[in-house]
Design a protein around this ligand. Structure first.
Ligand SMILES: Nc1ncnc2c1ncn2[C@@H]1O[C@H](COP(=O)(O)OP(=O)(O)O)[C@@H](O)[C@H]1O
Ligand SMILES: [Mg+2]
Length: 334
């Protein structure tokens, strides 16, 4: 994987709130602040890993970037073209971008229509974007795609339930590839699969990336899944991006207290080191994103929190080349 330095996607202050009804008779409308003011770029050809505990907004972020969820506010630039800008109030026709940006879902069985054959599922993507007008050409392309993801051409006539989880995920990948995308959000694509086949699917995604020159946003709740395949890793906590750095740098020199906690829970390859290593335990539960803590969202659980942390939300700042974190303590203020 060689990293190109030109930006494919630039995200500025992206926010996604979901309206939910509060409890009680006089319930006011409340908002789940799933993604709050997130800014970062994704480089052409890279794999950017996104990690964080369940519910921290990883899927929402991935879906908002490709506008599968309409963002609440912020700006998204794709290859130099603004595709979302809440200030400009311009409606961008999304169909050309839908083809360039695809997603692979966590649960393959739930994301494939059980009434459609595999050939129909993959072919539907071709039809929506009018990519193969001729029947023979269309069949040929479906076969080619199934072959690319390690399935047989006779699989085209079967239904999703006839396949194992790993094969179903291959169908999901073939469907994403059908439209010749440039960017794929891989939303925990191996979490629901047997451990024995997880690495096969990851290797396949890596090979496809090499061959086609794809850019990935690779979401995982476990940092050990993405540390080897990502060029860079972003860590999320309660809707915020708290740290972002090159993968090796982040795993070996984490600077945000939350990332340090996450990494202290990852087993080390050396069992002796594991025994002596100190595990940092966080106090309390992860707060609700409906009424998130003021200031730094991590302050209620952070061992270093001071007054400013309760008051002001820290911004992501660069502390070493390419190494970003959002923390008042690092700014010398906390
Ligand atoms: N469609 C939705 N409506 C309301 N709340 C949602 C919706 N989707 C996600 N959420 C909430 O947004 C927060 C972030 O969810 P999600 O992005 O799925 O997190 P993750 O992928 O990190 O587990 C959670 O509190 C979740 O309950
Ligand atoms: Mg998710």
């Amino acid at each position: 994987m060689t990293q190109n330095t030109s930006k494919l996607i630039e995200i500025e202050n992206l926010r996604k709130y979901f309206a939910v009804k509060g409890g009680g008779l006089l319930a006011r409308r409340q908002y789940v602040q799933a993604v709050e003011s997130v800014s970062f770029s994704i480089y052409k050809g890279e794999t950017l890993g996104i990690v964080g505990e369940s519910g921290c907004g990883k899927s929402t972020l991935g879906r908002a970037i490709i506008r599968l969820h309409e963002p609440t506010s912020g700006k998204i630039v794709y290859d130099g073209q603004t595709i979302f800008d809440s200030d400009a109030k311009i409606a961008v026709p999304m169909l050309p971008y839908r083809r360039k940006m695809q997603i692979i879902f966590q649960d393959p069985s739930a994301s494939l229509d059980p009434r459609m054959t595999v050939g129909e599922i993959v072919g539907e993507a071709l039809d929506i974007h009018k990519l193969c007008p001729g029947k023979a050409e269309r069949r040929e392309r479906i076969n080619e795609l199934l072959d690319e993801v390690g399935l047989n051409t006779e699989h085209a006539n079967r239904f999703p339930h006839e396949f194992s989880g790993g094969q179903q995920q291959r169908v999901g990948i073939a469907r994403a590839l059908a439209v010749n995308p440039e960017f794929i959000v891989c939303d925990e694509p191996i979490s629901a699969l047997d451990v024995s086949i997880q690495s096969q699917v990851v290797n396949m995604l890596e090979d496809l990336q090499e061959q086609i020159g794809l850019t990935y946003l690779f979401i995982a709740h476990d940092i050990s899944v993405v540390r080897h395949i990502s060029n860079r890793i972003g860590v999320m906590y309660l809707g915020n991006m708290v740290e972002l750095a090159e993968s090796y740098e982040l795993c070996n020199h984490p600077i945000h207290p939350y990332t340090q906690t996450l990494l202290s829970a990852v087993p080390l390859p050396d069992p002796e080191k594991n025994k002596t290593r100190q595990r940092i335990l966080l106090e309390g539960d992860i707060p609700s994103p409906i009424n998130p803590p003021s200031g730094c969202r991590f302050h209620t659980r952070c061992p270093y929190a001071t007054d400013i942390c309760k008051r002001d939300m820290p911004r992501l700042k660069e502390y070493a080349p390419g190494h970003f974190a959002a923390c008042h303590k690092l700014e010398g203020l906390g």
